[in-house]
Design a protein around this ligand. Structure first.
Ligand SMILES: Nc1nc2c(c(=O)[nH]1)N[C@H]1C(S)=C(S)[C@@H](COP(=O)(O)OP(=O)(O)OC[C@H]3O[C@@H](n4cnc5c(=O)[nH]c(N)nc54)[C@H](O)[C@@H]3O)O[C@H]1N2
Ligand SMILES: Nc1nc2c(c(=O)[nH]1)N[C@H]1C(S)=C(S)[C@@H](COP(=O)(O)OP(=O)(O)OC[C@H]3O[C@@H](n4cnc5c(=O)[nH]c(N)nc54)[C@H](O)[C@@H]3O)O[C@H]1N2
Ligand code: SF4
Ligand SMILES: [Mo]
Length: 695
C-alpha cells in the first residue's frame, strides 16, 4: 500500500501530544511530532515512537488464553466470553454480588471506548468491590473538589501559559508532562514563564529535572507539605494580603479558614519541612503580590499521609490570593465533551465518604474503595469477601502499595479474568486473559484529559490498523462480556456513535462535531481557559467552601505528625518517574529500555559515605513489608535522609521479559499498604521508612 500520514494524539500519558504517524497500511514507517498541534506545539517524548512497539511486541497476548492445569492455552472468543461470564456469575451465586472484585488500571483513562463501556460492565456485576489506580494517585484532588466545589471532576487546572508565578509542590512535569494538568512540553512552557519575567518555584525532596530548570528549588522533608501550604495561608492572612477578587460573593468559610491555620505558623512549618522560615514568609508574600500566581500540588502532595489536606490547602491558597478562576491562576476547562455536566450532581445532597470498607473501615469515594485495602478484602473471610477478580488494564502487583501481598491473595481466588495485552506479574495469576487492543488499533478521542488541559482543544482520529488475528476492539470485548452478563442479545453503540451523541451536549457543539474533528488535521483549537466557576459550581448552596469540616477535623492529626522514619528504618523513601517508561507496562520496548539500568536507588553522598555505600554498588533496601537489592546511584540531587526508587519496574516471575536483560525491582515491594491518607483512602507512597545497607 502507498505511504499514508495520519495525525493523531498520543494516549500514553496525560499530555495528549499531537503526532504524525507515517505508515504503509501494514507497518509504521515513522512517528513524528505535529508542529501544528495547538496544545503540544511540536512536543513529543521517546515513548510516542514506541507506540509501534506495543503493537508488534512479540510477548503481546493476541488470543484469549485459558489456564488449564497451570498452563495457558489458546481458545476462541465465544468460548472465552462464555467462561468469563459463567465463572463470574457462579462466584456471585455462591458468595453474593460483592464476591466479584473489579480493578481498573490507568490505561482505561486514556481509552474512550473503555471509559464508555466499563460503567455498564460494573453495573451488570452489581458489586461494591470496585478499585482502580485512582486511589494510588489522585483521589485527594477529587475529594477536595467534592467538598469545596461539589463535583469530583470539577478540578482546577493551572493556567500555565499566562501565569506570572508558579509554585510546584510534588510534581515533576518536565518528566511527566503534567498530571491533572495536561501540559505537553512543560519544559518549554516553563521557559516561557521565565522569559516573560515570571518565576517557578519547586518544592521537592529531590532536585528534579523540573527543579533544575526552575527559578528556585527548596528541599522539603517528605509528607510535610501541608505544614508549608497552611503556613503560607497563615502568613497571607497575617500580612493582610487576602483578596478573593471576583469570587467575593461566591466564597464561604474565610473566617473558619483563618482560625484553622492559626496554629500553622511559618516557624512551625520551617521546623517540620526543613525550609528556612524567612524563605517561607517571602514565598507567601511574593505569591500573594504576584500579578497572577498558581500553586500546583501533585503526586508528591497527594500520594502521602496528608494528601487530602494538601489538595484542600492548595485550592485555598489559590482562592484567597484571587488566583482562582482567573487568567494566570487555577481555572476550569470547557471541554467539547463535558464529563462534569454528563454526571452533574446539581441539587443533590450527598454524604461523604459514600461508604466505608468492610475490613478496615477506609473511605469510599467515587464508588471506589482504596486499592490499599484490596488485599485484605480478598484475604478476610466473611460476607463481602472478594473471591473472584476482573482486572482491566491494571497491574496492581507492581503498582499498588505492598503489591506482593496482593499477588499472594490473587493466588487464592476462585477465579480471575484479565483484559490485558501482557502476561505480567498480575495477569499471570488469571485463569483467563482476554487480549486488549493497543492505541494504533483504536479510534482516539480523549474524554478525560481535555478536561484537565491547560488550553481547550479537541482532537479525534480513527484507528490506523486492524487488531491482530481478527480480534474485536477492546471496547467491544467489554461490551460483549457485559451482554453475556446481562443476557442482552446485542451490544450498544460504538464509541464513535456515542461521541456523535455526546458532543452536541458539550461546550462547543457548533464547532466540534465528528465531521469537523475528522477534517481538522491537527485538532481544533478552542482557545485559552475562561473564567466560569460561578456557572459550574455543583455545591448545594452554589458557594465555594473554603473550610469543609472533613479537612478542618483532620488538622489535629497533622499537628501530631511524626516522620515515618524510626531507629530501625532511619531513612525515608520516595518514588520517581522517568522519561523513557510509563508506569509498569512500557518496559518491553527495546527502544525504551536500552542503555544503562535506570532502576537505581538514588542516595545523597553524605548518607552513602556514612553507610559505606559506593556508587553503582549493590545495596539492600528494607522496609516493614519487604526487601530489595539494587544498584546505588549517589547524587546530591537527593535531600539528605531521603532515597528515591523509580516506580514501574520489577517485572519478574515468568511475566513479560523486559527487553532489558538487567534485573530490576518493584518499589511496591517496599511501600506499605497500612500507610494511607485516611480522608481519601489514597495510598501514602511517599516517606516510607526504610533502611539501606551495602551488600
Ligand atoms: N510506589 C509507587 N506506586 C505507584 C505510583 C508511584 O508514583 N509510586 N504511581 C501510581 C499511579 S499514578 C498510577 S496511575 C498507577 C498505575 O497502576 P496500574 O494502572 O495498575 O498500572 P499500569 O502500569 O498503568 O499497568 C497497566 C496495565 O495495563 C496493561 N495495558 C497497557 N495498555 C493496555 C491496553 O491498551 N489495553 C489493555 N487491556 N491493557 C493494557 C498493561 O499490560 C498493564 O498490565 O501506579 C501507581 N503506583
Ligand atoms: N515519563 C512518564 N510520564 C508520566 C508517567 C510515567 O510513568 N512516566 N506517569 C503518568 C502518571 S500515571 C501520572 S499520575 C503522572 C504523575 O505526574 P507527577 O505528579 O509530575 O509525578 P512524579 O513525577 O511522580 O512527581 C512527583 C514528585 O513528587 C516528589 N515527592 C515525593 N514525595 C514528596 C513529598 O512528600 N513532598 C513533595 N513536595 N514532593 C514529593 C518526587 O520527588 C517527584 O518529583 O505522570 C504521568 N506521566
Ligand atoms: S509526553 Fe506523553 S502524550 Fe506526549 S508523546 Fe510522550 S507519552 Fe505521548
Ligand atoms: Mo497516575
Amino acid at each position: 500500500m502507498a505511504t499514508q500520514k495520519q495525525h493523531r494524539t498520543c494516549n500514553i500519558c496525560e499530555a495528549m501530544c499531537g503526532l504524525i504517524v507515517e505508515h504503509d497500511g501494514n507497518d509504521v514507517l515513522s512517528i513524528k511530532p505535529d508542529p501544528n498541534d495547538p496544545l503540544s506545539r511540536g512536543h513529543i517524548c521517546p515513548k510516542a515512537v514506541a507506540l509501534q512497539d506495543f503493537r508488534t511486541d512479540p510477548d503481546r497476548v493476541t488470543t484469549p488464553l485459558l489456564k488449564v492445569d497451570g498452563v495457558f492455552r489458546e481458545i476462541g472468543w465465544d468460548e472465552a466470553l462464555d467462561i468469563a461470564a459463567e465463572k463470574l456469575r457462579a462466584v456471585q451465586e455462591q458468595h453474593g454480588r460483592d464476591g466479584v472484585g473489579v480493578y481498573l488500571g490507568n490505561p482505561n483513562a486514556h481509552k474512550f471506548g473503555n471509559l464508555l463501556n466499563l460503567p455498564a460492565m460494573v453495573k451488570a456485576l452489581g458489586t461494591r468491590n470496585r478499585y482502580s489506580s485512582a486511589t494510588a494517585d489522585q483521589i485527594p484532588h477529587h475529594v477536595a473538589s467534592i467538598h469545596m466545589l461539589g463535583h469530583p471532576m470539577l478540578v482546577p487546572i493551572p493556567d500555565v501559559d499566562r501565569t506570572d508565578f508558579m509554585v510546584i509542590i510534588g510534581g515533576n512535569p518536565v518528566v511527566s508532562n503534567g498530571s491533572i494538568m495536561t501540559a505537553p512540553g512543560f519544559g518549554r512552557r516553563m521557559e516561557e514563564i521565565k522569559a516573560r519575567g515570571g518565576r517557578v518555584v519547586v518544592i521537592d525532596p529531590r532536585r528534579t529535572e523540573t527543579a533544575e530548570k526552575a527559578t528556585d528549588h527548596y528541599f522539603i522533608r517528605p509528607e510535610t507539605d501541608a505544614f508549608l501550604m497552611l503556613a503560607l495561608i497563615h502568613e497571607i492572612f497575617a500580612a493582610n494580603l487576602v483578596d478573593v477578587g471576583a469570587l467575593a460573593t461566591r466564597v464561604k468559610g474565610l473566617g473558619a479558614l483563618q482560625d484553622a491555620v492559626a496554629p500553622f505558623s511559618p516557624e512551625m512549618a520551617a521546623d517540620r519541612t526543613g525550609i528556612d522560615v524567612e524563605a517561607i514568609r517571602k514565598l507567601a508574600r511574593d505569591f500573594a503580590n504576584a500579578p497572577s500566581a498558581i500553586c500546583y500540588a501533585r503526586m508528591g502532595a497527594s500520594t502521602q499521609s496528608f494528601g487530602s489536606l494538601c489538595q484542600w490547602a492548595n485550592n485555598a491558597l489559590n482562592i484567597i490570593t484571587g488566583n482562582f478562576d482567573r487568567a494566570g491562576g487555577a481555572m476550569f476547562t470547557t471541554p467539547a465533551l463535558d464529563y462534569v455536566a454528563m454526571t452533574s450532581r446539581k441539587g443533590q445532597q450527598r454524604t461523604y465518604p459514600e461508604r466505608r470498607s468492610r475490613v478496615s473501615n477506609q473511605p469510599l469515594y467515587n464508588g471506589e474503595f482504596p486499592v490499599a485495602v484490596m488485599a485484605e478484602e480478598m484475604e478476610t473471610p466473611g460476607e463481602g469477601q472478594i473471591k473472584a477478580l476482573i482486572s482491566v488494564a491494571g497491574n496492581p502487583v507492581l503498582t499498588a502499595p505492598n503489591g506482593r501481598r496482593i499477588e499472594k491473595a490473587l493466588e487464592n481466588l476462585d477465579f480471575m479474568v484479565s483484559i490485558d495485552i501482557h502476561i505480567n506479574d498480575t495477569t499471570r495469576h488469571a485463569d483467563l486473559i482476554l487480549p486488549g487492543t493497543v492505541a494504533l488499533e483504536e479510534d482516539i478521542y480523549d474524554m478525560v484529559f481535555h478536561s484537565f488541559a491547560v488550553r481547550n482543544t479537541a482532537a479525534y482520529a480513527p484507528a490506523i490498523f486492524a487488531p491482530p488475528m481478527g480480534n474485536p476492539k477492546e471496547w467491544e470485548v467489554i461490551a460483549r462480556l457485559t451482554a453475556r452478563l446481562t443476557g442482552a442479545s446485542k451490544i450498544g453503540p460504538s464509541p464513535e456513535q456515542m461521541l456523535t451523541m455526546l458532543l452536541p451536549q458539550g461546550y462547543h457543539a457548533e464547532q466540534v462535531t465528528l465531521d469537523t474533528l475528522a477534517n481538522a488535521e491537527s485538532g481544533i483549537d478552542l482557545g485559552p481557559l475562561v473564567p466560569n466557576v460561578s456557572e459550574r459550581l455543583e455545591t448545594p448552596d452554589n458557594l465555594i467552601n473554603l473550610a469543609p469540616a472533613v479537612f478542618i477535623d483532620d488538622l489535629p492529626r497533622l499537628l501530631d505528625f511524626a516522620p515515618g522514619s524510626t531507629h530501625e528504618f532511619p531513612m525515608q523513601m520516595i518514588g520517581r518517574r522517568q522519561v523513557r517508561s510509563h508506569n509498569s507496562w512500557t518496559q518491553n520496548s527495546a527502544r525504551l529500555v536500552k542503555g544503562r539500568n535506570r532502576c537505581t536507588v538514588q542516595i545523597h553522598p553524605e548518607d552513602a559515605s556514612r553507610l559505606g555505600i559506593l556508587d553503582a554498588a549493590q545495596v539492600v533496601v528494607v522496609s516493614r513489608v519487604g526487601a530489595v537489592q539494587m544498584p546505588a546511584e549517589i547524587t546530591d540531587s537527593m535531600a539528605p535522609g531521603v532515597i528515591s526508587i523509580p516506580q514501574g519496574w520489577g517485572q519478574k516471575n515468568g511475566s513479560i521479559h523486559t527487553a532489558s536483560a538487567q534485573p530490576t525491582v518493584s518499589i511496591n515491594d517496599l511501600t506499605d499498604d497500612m500507610r494511607i491518607d485516611p480522608i481519601s483512602g489514597n495510598a501514602a507512597f511517599n516517606g516510607v521508612a526504610v533502611a539501606v545497607r551495602p551488600v
